[in-house]
Ligand binder design. Sequence first.
Ligand code: PLP
Length: 491
Amino acid sequence: MKKEFGDMPTEDFRKYGYEVVDWIANYFEHIDEFPVLAKVDPNWLKDNLPQSAPEKGEDFGGVLADVDRLILPSVTHWNHPNFHGLFATSTSSVGVFGEMLAAAFDMKAMLWRTSPVSTELEDVVLDWLRQMMALPDHFEGIIYDTASVSTMHAIAAGRGRAGFHIRDEGMSGRDDLPLLRVYASEHVHSSIDKGLITLGLGLRSLRKIECNDRFEMLPERLTEAIEEDIENGFVPICVIPTVGTTSTSSVDPVDAIADICEKYGIWLHVDTAYAGSTAIVPEFRQFFKGWERADSIVVNPHKWLFTPFDLSVLFCKNLNDLKGAFSLVAEYLKTTDEPAVKNGMDYGVQLGRRFRALKLWFVIRYFGVEGMQARLREHCRLARLFASWVEESENWEMLAPVPFALVCFRACVSSPHVSKGSKQDEDKLNQINENIMNEINSSGDAYLSHTKLNGKFTLRLSVGSIRVEERHLHKVWELLNQQLAVQLGQK
Ligand code: PLP
């Protein structure tokens, strides 16, 4: 029975709570049966929902029934094992427990005093992660929501180190401010561009550096760009190599780039939002050579450590650089606890911060380091297996190396009547590959995404769902070949 005041009665909470957990368990158990991409037209959900809020509270059983009726059809199932688009990321069920409890505590981890547990568990669990990734012990981490936000904070700290008192004086109305430059490869994630927009540096400050044919930044081009900029009176403030770029998962040569940053005194921020998780697996550490020399590193456990979105970690060589950029303590937030404690609000834009460390703590404790390593190794094995099918087939070709678990490939037969490599052939291949992707995606059987590499429409298959098995890769391979036959008019 609903009460006039106060919360849902405990007996109702218990009853519906069990129902929700059952619902989630069934959802995970039958996740394969859903179409990966929601099969609804735009506005279907909006058209099926009342335009205004109910005047009187509703029975929660009815609300839950609407989850099946209205919410579920509009869900794109990121947890589906055949979600291979973008980067395949998914939650473990134990991660869901972390979210449930964090929601129950509902703490705002701004100050140590408002949330000792969140502050201290975050320190402990990030130090576990640091050790798992074999990063030196001077790195200290802080949790943000996304890599976009982590990187934006890192650039702000790099800008702070360069001087110019921008924190206090701002950037507008000043004629003493040269152009400040940030460097990244031409394959850098768009979050860097957006970070620069947000910080008022503007897109003009981003200089994109050419890559080799493996899509890796060329350090000699970086040096040339920096020297040219310095000659023109510009000031380099930050270089952002990526380990695991978004288009192809290519690996910029961090060690060589670290030499350059050291020489010119530039902040080095490593974006390894996607691939950073694999640093917990010893044989993948070769890809991270030199990252221990970085000023900051971003890695997203919400991408590939089975932790529900959102949880991004920014590791800093000296967290005080972030504090210098962002600490600002209003009167009503002053306590007598400093300097013995760390206050999360000092390290970024947000005041209140979610208790995100709990879910990562659950995930690491439940799977253990070995369990997580085994899963990452298996995903990389499956991606290499898929790549071997592509390599062995005459109808398909690889378009990028596979250092982790992303395969970039395309169908390479267009028509026997068109000469191979001609413009006509390339245009036709682009169309065929795009059609194949669209047909598979609209079938709901799997989800692939794409990129463009050297003008070629490139299919991207990412393996990363905690629920993926070899049979799911066989299924996509079959779908791809069926669709290719359709496109070539053979079916
Ligand atoms: N950096 C890289 C290399 C990425 O691949 C992505 C997303 O895929 C991001 C940054 C942005 O991640 P987020 O959604 O956490 O902001």
